[in-house]
Design a protein around this ligand. Structure first.
Ligand code: UT7
Length: 327
């Protein structure tokens, strides 16, 4: 029997920043941003931390399932913007929600965070080690974006998606296959240089802007197009899925051009692809669960639908998950 997603919810902060916000102080334009990325607007949290994005989504996710807080066994938070380097944001979330009997941890896989955490949660549940996992994919990217660098300021947003992972009641439905990869050779193209043990925070690191994201966009773009499409096609082949069989591609939302290239390689038309980058930009670990939640809320995602979830991000980390939706 596979494990599956038994509840889903998302949260985006209320303040909307359209592309015109950046036109006011950077040498950029609405046209450039839309054409090169597909992004029109994003949300930034004016206050609070990543855990404050998770809490409303988690409350809704738990309420939708009708499960009691005391019955939640494990909390996993996938994020690259934890509230603190330690303690884990999972502990902060546990405390803010008042979940009395859980253990948990944070997982760092950048834009692939939700997929890596989903597979981890599924294996934990399938092993019988826990009955359920509250799986949180959330990032407050505004905490690490350099707002003076046009090449990154326009790309990101803040958000959270939370799923509950439990055993499926139907052996046909749930998470059925996964392909996950890491390759540290790609680390040099996308990272946050300072603040860890390799380069502790100092006056110099602050002056050199080393606490912000460093991204070599084109190098990441090329690797992402190939990496995300390769694993998506591979997981289709391995499960004998034709393009007709796949109901939805649920891709990480970094760039609409990367998403279209992946859909093309899979032979899917864009009406079978979940896209919310236009309104929320790249929310890192929140992109995939927020798409699932929005499409489910809108009644577009139906029980039994065959989904390919796919991601690519810093590390490099990338992968694909094949699941049949059970809600
Ligand atoms: O989610 C984590 C993984 N991240 C990704 O998957 C991101 C992958 N990379 C990308 O999505 C794209 O590479 C970007 C959107 C980041 C950049 O698009 P690009 O088409 O690769 O542009 P580029 O970096 O090659 O830059 C082209 C030009 C440059 O100007 P020059 O040197 O040709 O004069 C940039 O300075 O565009 C310029 N540029 C901008 N112009 C206006 C860069 N950012 C901007 C901007 N507005 N915001």
């Amino acid at each position: 029997m596979p494990a599956t997603i038994t509840s889903i919810a998302h949260y985006f902060p209320p303040d909307v920043y359209p592309n015109s916000y950046f036109e006011q102080y950077l040498d950029t334009s609405d046209e450039w941003i839309i054409e090169r990325t597909g992004i029109r607007e994003r949300r930034f949290a004016k206050n609070g931390a990543t855990s404050d994005l998770i809490v409303p989504a988690a409350k809704l996710c738990i309420e939708r399932r009708g499960i009691e807080l005391k019955d939640i066994d494990c909390i996993i938070v996938a994020t690259v913007t934890p509230d603190y380097l330690f303690p884990a944001t999972a502990c902060v979330v546990q405390n803010k929600l008042g979940i009395p009997n859980a253990w948990g941890f944070d997982l760092s896989a950048a834009c692939s965070g939700f997929l890596f955490a989903l597979v981890t949660a599924v294996k934990l549940v399938e092993s019988g080690g826990v009955r359920n996992v509250l799986l949180c994919g959330a990032d407050k990217m505004s905490a690490i974006v350099d707002f003076d660098d046009r090449a990154q300021a326009v790309l990101f947003g803040d958000g959270a998606g939370v799923a509950l992972i439990e055993m499926s009641e139907d052996p046909e439905l749930g998470v059925l296959d996964h392909i996950l990869h890491i390759d540290g050779e790609g680390g040099k193209f996308l990272y946050q240089a300072a603040g860890g043990s390799a380069k502790p925070a100092s006056i110099e690191t602050v002056k050199n802007r080393e606490h912000y994201i460093h991204q070599e966009g084109q190098a990441v773009f090329k690797a992402a197009v190939k990496g995300m499409a390769d694993v998506s096609v591979e997981i289709m082949k391995r499960n004998n899925l034709t393009n007709d069989d796949v109901d939805w591609l649920v891709p990480h939302q970094a760039n609409l051009r990367i998403i279209s290239a992946t859909a093309d390689r899979m032979g899917l038309s864009m009406d079978k692809v979940m896209v919310n980058i236009d309104k929320y930009a790249n929310t890192t670990a929140a992109t995939i669960p927020s798409c699932l939640s929005q499409w489910w809320e809108q009644g577009k995602l139906k029980k039994g639908d065959k989904l390919v979830l796919a991601s690519f991000g810093a590390g490099f980390t990338w992968g694909a998950v094949y699941m049949k939706w059970s809600l």
